[in-house]
Design a protein around this ligand. Structure first.
Ligand SMILES: Nc1nc2c(ncn2[C@@H]2O[C@H](COP(=O)(O)OP(=O)(O)OP(=O)(O)O)[C@@H](O)[C@H]2O)c(=O)[nH]1
Ligand SMILES: [Mg+2]
Length: 267
């Protein structure tokens, strides 16, 4: 695996990239998305949670025909965060140089992947961002408002630097996934994205944002619920409290060992 120092990341070697695609009831989308992804220089790992609509079986049929497609089947709907972690573990075990996460409903369009791969030559984490110049969100007003508010609160409370802190369209260099303690991320669902970003920034990795236009899904059902929104509020409050506590009285002894930032001197 090629590694480079964080902060001023610079990677020249070609990379093997695994697209991690969590799915729950995306049968209509997956048959259209997989061929588009296979036209790009990436492999794919579908992480399906026993979708009742047969998404997992469809993915399995693709995997039987094409060795670049892999499928992880999980027993039931276990949440988006743990689906990402399952994909990350697979990427690390198989020696990929990066894992790229995206939704399977075309809200994250594969057309942006080449720009993200290019940006990954200079960054440890690349975010497909709705909130940098050139980016946009094609959502109904209330969803747009919710997304912007969640971002504003997360950025302010946690001092996160990226403009889009809740985007699931991300490319993580393998060095990030092997450094950040992914198994200790407490949040599942959508809050996982905020907690993960907080860790990546905390470890001092470099982060780049590539503009994307986020389109609302046209096929299949949304899985976001009001419970997820409540969880996101809880996650930001929990992390903000921890941040202020660590500033005022220092982290508890159990946290100190992993609070060491990613070193600029690493090979
Ligand atoms: N494996 C797995 N995938 C999930 C789970 N929940 C959601 N997903 C997938 O995660 C991606 C994002 O979910 P969406 O329902 O599109 O959520 P969203 O994009 O916030 O909501 P919409 O904008 O309404 O589509 C999709 O590919 C889903 O199929 C889950 O519990 N397990
Ligand atoms: Mg979606």
């Amino acid at each position: 695996m090629s590694e480079a120092p964080s902060g001023s990341a610079r990677y020249d070697a070609p990379m093997r990239v695994l697209v991690v695609l969590p799915t729950y009831n995306e049968a209509e989308n997956i048959t259209l998305l997989l061929p588009e992804l296979l036209a790009l220089p990436v492999d794919i790992c579908v992480v399906d949670d026993a979708s009742p609509d047969g998404t997992g079986q469809l993915a399995e049929a693709w995997a039987a025909r094409d060795s670049r497609v892999h499928v992880i089947h999980r027993a039931g709907k276990l949440g988006l965060g743990t689906a990402y972690v399952a994909g990350f573990r697979f990427a690390l075990a198989q020696g990929y140089d990066a894992a790229l996460t995206m939704d399977a409903d075309f809200s994250h369009h594969p057309r942006y992947i080449p720009a993200m791969l290019d940006a990954a030559r200079r960054a440890d984490l690349v975010i497909g961002s709705r909130y940098v110049p050139g980016g946009d969100v094609r959502y109904p007003f209330h969803r747009r408002w919710l997304s912007k508010t969640a971002n504003l609160v997360a950025r302010t409370a946690l001092n996160l630097k990226p403009h889009d802190c809740t985007a699931g369209f991300r490319l993580y260099r393998a060095v990030v996934l092997s450094t950040v303690p992914i198994d200790t991320v407490f949040s599942n669902g959508y809050s996982f994205l905020i907690e993960m970003l907080n860790l990546v920034q905390g470890f001092g990795f470099s982060i780049a944002e590539v503009p994307i236009v986020f389109e609302d899904r046209t096929r299949g059902q949304s899985k976001i619920s009001s419970i997820e929104i409540g969880r996101a509020v809880y996650t930001v409050s929990r992390l903000a409290y921890r941040r202020w506590r660590d500033r005022l009285i220092g982290p508890p002894a159990t946290h100190r060992a992993r609070a060491i930032p990613h070193s600029q001197d690493q090979p």
